[in-house]
Write a protein that binds this ligand. Structure first.
Ligand code: CDV
Length: 315
């Protein structure tokens, strides 16, 4: 069995509020056609692919908020995407806003799924690190209300063994802000992850810390490359980018090897497919040497990581 997965990082250019889901799905299917022509096995799309990045607006009308959520997957509008992927024999992963009614309660998550080549859902992840704020903050140039619109994901970071046609690889997912936190990678690293799929919507401007704006791309690369190397895993990071409703979001979609090296990167801030052949066996020497966790980790000395949330300075 080949352990090489040919991956397409399907960067999406801006999606405006007026763009219908069907028009977005058509753009995604065009990515799938190109990916097939380039021999891809797996195509990865960004966080909240199906709509504009709606947490940039304060809304208090729940019906309006819910119009950005998927109540079923697939729906009439998303079914053509899943059918196209299955017909082309492609595995896909994409993010969407998920609304679930469970145990008499409605819950809303920022979610990503992985679907195998046969159309089987291999896994689901719900975003854990929700950035931004929960209340309207009019001083900002735009809002970032993920803490208002989503609950913290309740699935931790599972890792799944994919089908033989994905090299039987160990795959996991994280979403956008998760990539800045070493814990996200390490929880998957401790399950032997070989490829992490992640999508992001990252505005260039950071209202609480505008001095970081000039470093947006650098920080994006820094965290993904470090996460790949420190866990001996491939990382596929995929942006939704460009100017969306007057808000510029960075591109830089990247395919990163377990060496920490970027082996493919988008050049535009538009729909662009980046393709790379990823040999899962390249993870081995990192997992067996420098990052042989069983041999070198000292979890007893890391207790504070799970016992303490915020920093407490010594007296
Ligand atoms: N969608 C995101 O999670 N965006 C954050 C921004 C707000 C910093 C990110 O980490 O890219």
């Amino acid at each position: 069995m080949s352990r090489i997965i040919t991956v397409g990082a399907a960067q999406m250019g801006p999606i405006q509020r007026a763009d219908s889901r069907s028009s977005v799905v058509r753009r995604m299917i065009e990515h799938l056609r190109q990916a097939k022509a380039h021999g891809c096995d797996l195509v990865v799309f960004p966080e909240l692919t199906l709509t504009t990045f709606f947490p940039r607006w304060f809304m208090d009308d729940q019906a309006e908020i819910d119009s950005f959520f998927e109540q079923s997957m697939p729906s009439g509008e998303t079914a053509p995407l899943l059918e196209a992927a299955r017909d082309l024999g492609l595995a896909i992963s994409f993010g969407y806003a998920e609304l679930v009614a469970a145990a008499g309660r409605v819950r809303r998550y920022n979610t990503q799924i992985l679907i195998g080549k046969s159309g089987r859902i291999i896994g689901k992840y719900r975003k854990i690190h929700l950035p931004g704020h929960a209340e309207h903050e009019p001083w900002r140039a735009f809002q970032h209300l993920e803490k208002r619109y989503f609950e913290v994901g309740d699935l931790s970071w599972p890792v799944w063994r994919a089908d033989d046609h994905l090299g039987g690889g160990l795959l996991g997912m994280m979403i956008c802000n998760d990539r800045r936190w070493p814990e996200s990678y390490r929880v998957m690293g401790l399950q032997g992850v070989e490829m992490i799929l992640l999508g992001y919507n990252t505005p260039r401007h950071n209202p609480p810390a505008p001095d970081h704006d000039r470093l947006s791309e650098f920080h994006n690369q820094l965290v993904m490359q470090a996460g790949a190397y420190q866990n001996g895993s491939w990382v596929v990071g995929v942006a939704k980018c460009g100017v969306e409703e007057d808000c510029e979001m960075i591109g830089g979609s990247s395919i990163i090897a377990p060496t920490g090296e970027v082996i493919g990167q988008a050049l535009t801030q538009d729909d662009e497919l980046v393709v790379a052949r990823c040999d899962l066996d390249l993870c081995r020497s990192y997992k067996a040497s420098t990052f042989n966790f069983a041999r070198h980790r000292e979890p007893e000395q890391y207790r504070m990581i799970v016992e303490r949330k915020g920093a407490v300075e010594p007296d």
